[in-house]
Ligand binder design. Structure first.
Ligand SMILES: [Zn+2]
Length: 286
């Protein structure tokens, strides 16, 4: 059993950074004044092995809204298979692809062995609570896997005129509250601290037991205090470690988390590992 589960790992490969999110990644790198080195997955697997972390790799399909090529579910599944026990894969389908998206989600989970669904309402340009997409959620419920949705502001497109067309309203957490109410059997993970709507997100997590948050994309040192106060106490079973690699490295995230005071070792264990293991049904016969 790995020491920690990183719920939010992007591929640092040219196929993702210079393909699927091309122009947006360049803007994000300028915004953070931080260039992201391109790496092969061999190197990433070695890093996660050294750190004793299981990484959740995210596919990407925002073809309709961005016109950029997808990072396919097959590619993610191949990597998961190439490094047994090191990675878990989440499928991505472009919700605008209708019937195909539903079939592809089923194929990704059943045939490719992926373990969840990842959506980016900002880059995929859709309202999560639009009932047009409910048949897709029904399929995800039937497959019994969690769905991860980007929440809060977007690094992609940040600092550019018009944010490169990315609309932040899509990534407000309140729309997930509606989905969570309509699909109580669906496990929903809000990716990132949902800033500037983190209090809205905390209210949703407090109200609906099928909703969780991953802390990726922010160093723990800068995550709003309201979130960390809840993570230590009332919502300690619902908050998950995620790095947002390669934009933030897991070593940096973990070191900054270690340095925070007030977390018992029991709560740390839940955030770093146990909450994710429960959602992902690790250790349970499949
Ligand atoms: Zn991300």
């Amino acid at each position: 059993m790995a020491k920690a589960i990183d719920m939010h790992v992007h591929l640092p490969t040219p196929g993702f950074l210079d393909g699927a999110i091309k122009l947006y990644a360049a803007a994000a790198e300028r915004f953070f004044r931080n260039s992201v080195p391109r790496r092969e997955m061999d190197e990433v697997a070695r890093l996660y092995e050294e750190l004793d972390i299981t990484g959740v790799l995210l596919a990407w399909d925002a073809e309709t809204a961005t016109g950029l090529p997808r990072l396919s579910n097959d590619e993610v599944a191949d990597i998961v298979k190439a490094y047994p026990g090191r990675f878990i894969g989440f499928a991505s389908v472009d919700p605008w692809k209708g019937e195909w998206a539903i079939k592809e989600m089923e194929r990704a989970i059943i045939e490719l062995g992926l373990s969840g669904a990842k959506f980016h309402p900002g880059l995929q340009a859709f309202y999560p609570n639009d009932t047009k997409f409910y048949p897709l959620y029904e399929k995800i419920c039937a497959l019994g896997v969690p769905a991860l949705f980007h929440t809060g502001t977007n690094a992609l497109g940040a600092g550019e005129p018009g944010g490169m067309g990315v609309k932040m309203d899509y990534t407000r957490p309140i729309y997930l509250d509606i989905v969570a109410a309509d699909f109580p059997e669906l496990t929903i993970i809000g990716a990132h601290p949902a800033w500037p709507w983190h209090e809205e997100m905390l209210a949703i997590i407090g109200h609906k037991s099928n909703v969780f948050m991953d802390l990726s994309g922010w160093s723990p040192k800068y995550i709003p205090r309201a979130i960390m106060d809840e993570a230590r106490t009332r919502l300690q079973d619902r908050i998950l470690f995620g790095s947002d690699y390669p934009f933030i490295t897991p070593q940096r995230w973990l070191a900054d988390f270690d340095a925070l005071e007030g977390f018992s070792s029991e709560v740390r264990q839940k955030i770093l590992h146990d909450n994710a293991a429960r959602i992902l049904k690790l250790g349970e016969p499949s």
